[in-house]
Design a protein around this ligand. Structure first.
Ligand code: ZN
Length: 134
């Protein structure tokens, strides 16, 4: 059902400052910056082997990332797991009583289909499920 850790999402106040650390100091490479307007977020992608770090900066004080940082400060926000068939996984998990934030897949970075599970059901870890375009 789960193929790999697709990425780890890190909430940051300012992508430029974070890229200075991850890119300039640590030497990782940024493969692209993308804004997902619907989620009020700007992302920067840093591939590492088969996985990546996804930096998340809120584009609005009302955005979920801004609210997260307000409450908990910067840091790991979610873990994204790649799946083959997001609809099938959502149906299966719902049946098993896992609480879903997204009942239907929505669009994420790079045209992927994504859905979040409620951290209440997963030991406080916010899990994003992610299906790549075929
Ligand atoms: Zn993500």
């Amino acid at each position: 059902m789960f193929k790999k850790i697709e990425h780890i999402g890190v909430a940051v106040k300012n992508i430029k400052d974070s890229l200075h650390i991850f890119q300039d100091i640590m030497g990782m490479e940024c493969s692209g910056i993308e804004e997902v307007e619907e989620q009020k977020v700007k992302t920067a992608c840093l591939p590492i082997g088969e996985s990546k770090i996804e930096l998340l900066e809120s584009t609005s004080p009302e955005g979920t990332i801004a609210k997260y940082i307000e409450k908990r400060g910067e840091g790991i926000h979610h873990i994204a797991l790649e799946v083959d068939d997001l609809n099938a996984v959502l149906t299966d998990l719902k049946k098993k009583g896992v609480e879903l934030i997204d009942r239907e897949p929505r669009y994420g970075v790079g045209g992927t289909k994504i859905a979040f599970l409620h951290p209440k059901s997963t030991n406080g870890v916010l899990i994003e499920l992610c299906e790549h375009k075929a």
